[in-house]
Design a protein around this ligand. Structure first.
Ligand SMILES: [Zn+2]
Length: 199
């Protein structure tokens, strides 16, 4: 596994777009019902080194099953960048906290990344979708938290038992693993076909 220039450009561009999607999506929370005064993320410790490191490791571990450096790194980085939805807390406004900790964000961010980068990059899709799972997993592991899982449709903060963190992490590993396996098999088949005599 070598760090190639293309890998760096890919990882950085996906990360920037993803960060913008998360911060942008959090703005939706300012117009939803049941909003509350947001806490300042810096005072609240949402951006501490431990928190960032924890999210990175949880995402990285799940990304390892792709066996490809760019997706392993993205697994870690995207899991950290979900917390860009905390930045809205700096604006001292009322909103739904943690908008990106939701199924809607997982689906939306996956669709946008695939449209922007490559519709057929299913590994990227799997990493983007499961980043929400690995992120929530570490949040639960580190502290007991509630998340607006079904926002903007149901804006109730849903509490999940803390011990379920492992279920979220394993689910992420399984999803990425299955997608990578299928994609790798397809790639091998295509290589075999193109090597067949007469082609
Ligand atoms: Zn979080």
């Amino acid at each position: 596994m070598k760090i190639q220039k293309q890998n760096i450009i890919f990882v950085v561009s996906v990360s920037l777009v993803y960060c913008a999607i998360s911060a942008g999506f959090s703005l939706v929370g300012t117009v939803l019902p049941d909003r509350v005064m947001l806490l300042n993320p810096i005072e609240h410790g949402s951006l501490s080194v431990k928190e960032i490191g924890g999210h990175f490791v949880w995402g990285l571990v799940a990304g390892i099953v792709t066996l490809r450096l760019r997706y392993i790194l993205l697994g870690g980085i995207l899991a950290v960048l979900i917390d860009s939805d905390h930045l809205i807390g700096l604006l001292h406004v009322e909103a739904i906290p943690r908008m990106s900790h939701s199924v809607t964000f997982a689906i939306l961010s996956t669709i946008i990344l695939l449209l922007v980068f490559s519709k057929k990059d299913y590994r990227l899709g799997a990493i983007a979708f499961t980043s929400v799972l690995t992120h929530i997993s570490y949040d639960m592991f580190a502290d007991s938290y509630g998340f607006p899982i079904f926002t903007p449709f149901v804006n109730k903060i849903i509490q999940i038992p803390r011990t379920d963190w492992i279920v979220f992490e394993i689910a992420a590993i399984c999803i990425i693993g299955i997608v990578s396996f299928i994609v790798t098999r397809k790639e091998i088949d295509i290589k075999k076909i193109s090597k067949e005599p007469g082609r």
